[in-house]
Design a protein around this ligand. Structure first.
Ligand SMILES: Nc1nc2c(ncn2[C@@H]2O[C@H](COP(=O)(O)OP(=O)(O)OP(=O)(O)O)[C@@H](O)[C@H]2O)c(=O)[nH]1
Ligand SMILES: [Mg+2]
Length: 205
């Protein structure tokens, strides 16, 4: 499977890509060309090859990112969970700019990174701006499978859960039965975000 990470500059795409590949503690420079991280994800019965592309957040370099959407199984729109302006940027720029380049059946992930910067115990209900933006995006993408996740790229345990969630949701979106991995980390509809037509929204908190 191919995960392509896009989103505003500084939200942690490169840090996430490194972490998905098992590398932590690397301070990333702003990305000026798409970066590749290859990794695998093992279940008891199967080993999945996972190719991760981190693309530049800079709008002037957006043309470099487009080709990496075309064979993605999973487009991960990364934003800063503690800064709704970055989710607005995803809504206004990244989704209109990149989603048409992706295969029709690609899974769409709205990934709120830097969740460690949110006040402890904070839920989506405590973040009305973020919730309203997520609801609006889901409604606009009602023909797609949309999954909402949160992450902290600096926390190996959290990245482990994220990897399992991304693999499982990607398999489900592509009509392959989800494996019994990570099912328990999904709280479908628990944030009251609604069904939004064909889309589905899951939150890891
Ligand atoms: N607190 C916190 N900081 C993070 C997290 N993930 C990344 N960062 C920090 O955010 C900063 C930007 O991270 P990058 O990975 O370079 O961001 P990027 O999205 O790749 O940025 P561009 O390449 O410019 O598009 C770095 O200082 C990271 O250490 C996180 O989950 N929590
Ligand atoms: Mg980067």
């Amino acid at each position: 499977m191919v995960f392509t990470l896009t989103g505003p500059s500084g939200v942690g795409k490169s840090t996430l890509a490194s972490a998905l590949g098992g590398r932590y503690g690397r301070e990333c420079e702003p990305t000026v060309a798409p970066e590749f991280v290859g990794t695998t994800y093992e279940t008891t019965s199967t080993t999945f090859k996972v190719n991760v592309w981190s693309t530049p957040g800079s709008r002037t370099l957006a043309y470099l990112a487009s080709p990496f959407m075309t064979n993605a199984t999973t487009i991960v729109f990364v934003y800063d969970a503690s800064n709704p302006a970055t989710l607005r940027e995803v809504k206004d720029f990244h989704i209109p700019h990149f989603l048409d380049d992706a295969p029709a059946d690609a899974l769409v992930v709205l990934l709120g990174n830097k969740k460690d910067l949110l006040p402890r115990g904070n839920t989506l209900a405590d973040q009305p701006r973020r919730k309203a933006l997520l609801d609006g995006i889901k409604a606009a993408l009602s023909q797609k499978t949309v999954v909402c996740l949160d992450s902290c790229a600096l926390d190996p345990e959290d990245v482990k859960s994220l990897t399992a969630g991304l693999v499982d949701a990607t398999l489900a979106a592509h009509g392959i039965d989800g494996l019994p991995i990570a099912r328990d980390i999904f709280e479908i509809g628990s944030d009251g975000a609604g069904d939004g037509g064909a889309s589905r929204c899951c939150t890891i908190s």
